[in-house]
Ligand binder design. Structure first.
Ligand code: AMP
Ligand code: ZN
Length: 464
C-alpha cells in the first residue's frame, strides 16, 4: 500500500508498527453546527482509507474524537468560542448543542455509508488524561505556566515545523498580528495546553485541575484520546489539510514530548472541497449540508460518488452541474446492475475475478486512486464476463466503495453452489488426509473473502 505522507512530502510504502494491524486516528467534528459537505469529504476519504486497508487484509483500529469543548479555530485566533456561539444562536446550553450536532453528524456519516469508527469519544470525557499529559510535559520542561495558563514551549522542539513545511518567520508574522495574543507567553508561537483565564466570556465547560478551574487547549484533546485508546504508537493520523498547521503540528509536539519517541509514522491529509466562491463556509452564502442536498433530491450516495471520482489530494469544486452529472452516471450504473441481477447466470470465473480484484486493489493501493478503482468497476461491466462473475466483483468492490450497488444481500445461487462445491472438495481432501490441498482450498476462499467455519454440524461459511 502506497500513501502520500505529509511528514516526508513523499509517497511511501505503508508499513505499520505491528504486522497486519493498523492504528488509525482521525480528527472528528466540532459539534457546534451541522457538518458542511466539505467536512464530509474528509470523512469519506478516511472511510475509503480504512476500508482499503481492511480489503487488503489489515485489521484496523480507528479512533475519532468529538470536539465538544469550546475552542477558537486556533490559539492565535481572535474569534469567538464556536460552541458558545452555537448555544447563543439557538438559545440552548453548550451541552444541548453538542448533543444535537453529534447526533446530526452520526446521521450524516450513516447516510454516506461511512463506517462508524470503532471508538468515538467526546473530548469532554477525557479531562483526566489531558491533565496527566500536561503534568508530564511540565515536569519534562516542555510546558510552562504564564498568566495562570499552561503553554507549550515550541522552541523545545527542533523540528517543530517539519509537518507543515513552513518557516517559523512566516508564521510569526501571522501570530504577531493577533491582538488577543497572551503577552505572557515566552514565544509568540507557543500554544495553550490548559487555560484558567478564559479568552472567552461565559466559558461554560470548566473542570478542576492542578492549575485551577479551566479547560484544555484544542490540540491536547486528540493527543490525549489517541494515547488513551491507541497507546504510545500510532500508524496513521488523518484530517483535512487545514489541520496540518497548527493542529497536527501541535499534536506531534505534545505527544512526542510526552511519550519520548516518534509517535506517528504516516500523516494523511485530504484536500478541501470548495464552492464557487473559493472556500466552503458555514457562515456565508448557502450553507451546503447533506440535508440540503437531500432536500434537492440527491441521494447522499451521489455525493459520495462525486467525491470518489476525484483524488483525495486534489482540490474539488462543488457545483450542482457536476452533481447532476454524477447523479446521471449513478442511475445508469444502478440500472445496468439491476438488469444483471435479474439474470445472475453463468459460471463464476475465478481467474478473471482475481485479475479484476488485483486491478481494483492496485488502484487503491496507489495512494487511494478511487477514480481508477471506479474505472475498474466500469471495465468489469463492459467486459464479457458472466453476469455471475460481474455481480461477484461488484459486491466485492462495493465493500470499499460503499455505493449501495447491490442493495439487498446478493449471494446468488451460482456463488452458493461454487462455495458448496469447494467445501465438498475440501472434505474429500481431508478424508484423503491431503491437508495441504484442504488448506489451499480454505485460503483460496478466504482470498475471495469467504471464510469457512468447521462446526460439529459440518462446514459453514461467512462472506466478509
Ligand atoms: P471541523 O468540524 O471544523 O473540526 O472539521 C472537520 C474536518 O473537516 C477536519 O478534518 C477538517 O480538516 C475538515 N475540513 C474543513 N473544511 C473542509 C473543506 N472545505 N473540505 C474538506 N475538508 C474540510
Ligand atoms: Zn485532532
Amino acid at each position: 500500500m502506497k500513501l502520500y505522507n505529509t511528514l516526508s512530502k513523499k509517497i511511501e510504502e505503508f508499513v505499520p508498527h505491528e504486522e497486519g494491524k493498523v492504528k488509525m486516528y482521525t480528527c472528528g467534528p466540532t459539534v457546534y453546527h451541522f457538518a458542511h459537505i466539505g467536512n464530509l469529504r474528509t470523512y469519506i476519504f478516511e472511510d475509503i482509507l480504512e476500508k482499503t486497508l481492511e480489503y487488503i487484509g489489515y485489521d484496523v483500529k480507528r479512533v475519532m474524537n468529538i470536539t465538544d469543548v469550546g475552542h477558537m479555530t486556533s490559539d492565535s485566533d481572535s474569534g469567538e468560542d464556536k460552541m458558545l456561539k452555537g448555544a447563543e444562536r439557538e438559545h440552548k446550553t453548550v451541552y444541548e448543542i453538542a448533543d444535537f450536532y453529534t447526533k446530526a453528524f452520526m446521521s450524516d456519516i450513516q447516510k454516506l455509508n461511512i463506517k462508524k469508527p470503532e471508538i468515538i469519544e467526546k473530548a469532554s470525557d477525557h479531562i483526566d488524561v489531558y491533565i496527566e499529559m500536561i503534568e508530564t510535559l511540565l515536569k519534562k520542561g516542555y510546558a510552562y505556566e504564564a498568566s495562570s495558563n499552561i503553554y507549550f514551549d515550541v522552541t523545545k522542539i527542533p523540528n517543530y515545523y517539519e509537518l507543515s513545511g513552513k518557516k517559523s518567520e512566516d508564521l510569526l508574522v501571522g501570530v504577531r498580528d493577533d491582538v488577543e495574543e497572551d503577552k505572557a507567553k515566552r514565544n509568540p508561537a507557543d500554544f495553550g495546553l490548559w487555560f484558567t483565564t478564559s479568552k472567552f466570556e461565559n466559558q461554560v465547560m470548566r473542570w478542576d485541575s492542578p492549575w485551577g478551574v479551566g479547560y484544555p487547549g484544542w490540540h491536547i484533546e486528540c493527543s490525549g484520546i489517541s494515547y488513551r485508546y491507541l497507546g504510545e504508537y500510532l500508524d496513521i493520523h488523518c484530517g483535512g489539510v487545514d489541520n496540518i498547521f497548527p493542529h497536527h503540528t501541535n499534536e506531534i509536539a505534545q505527544s512526542e514530548s510526552f511519550v519520548g519517541h516518534k509517535w506517528c509514522n504516516y500523516w494523511c491529509h485530504g484536500e478541501h472541497l470548495n464552492d464557487s466562491s473559493g472556500k466552503m463556509s458555514k457562515s456565508k452564502g448557502e450553507f451546503l449540508t447533506l440535508s440540503l442536498l437531500e432536500s434537492k433530491g440527491y441521494d447522499p450516495i451521489i455525493y459520495r460518488l462525486f467525491c470518489l471520482n476525484s483524488h483525495y489530494r486534489s482540490q474539488l469544486v462543488f457545483s450542482y452541474e457536476s452533481l447532476d452529472a454524477t447523479k446521471n452516471a449513478y442511475q445508469k450504473l444502478l440500472s445496468k446492475i439491476k438488469s444483471m441481477k435479474e439474470q445472475p447466470d453463468g459460471q463464476l470465473e475465478m481467474n478473471v475475478i482475481e485479475q479484476y480484484q488485483n486491478q481494483f486493489k492496485e488502484a487503491l493501493e496507489n495512494d487511494l486512486n478511487t477514480a481508477n478503482a471506479i474505472t475498474t468497476l466500469y471495465d468489469v461491466l463492459k467486459s464479457d464476463c458472466t453476469n455471475a462473475t460481474k455481480l461477484y466483483l461488484i459486491e466485492s468492490f462495493d465493500m470499499v466503495l460503499s455505493l449501495n450497488l447491490l442493495k439487498e444481500d446478493v449471494i446468488d445461487a451460482t456463488l452458493e453452489s461454487y462455495i458448496e462445491e469447494m467445501i465438498q472438495k475440501r472434505n474429500e481432501a481431508k478424508k484423503n488426509k491431503d491437508y495441504t490441498l484442504a488448506d489451499q482450498i480454505r485460503n483460496e476462499l478466504l482470498e475471495k473473502n469467504i471464510e469457512l467455519k468447521d462446526t460439529r454440524e459440518g462446514t459453514t461459511y461467512v462472506i466478509k
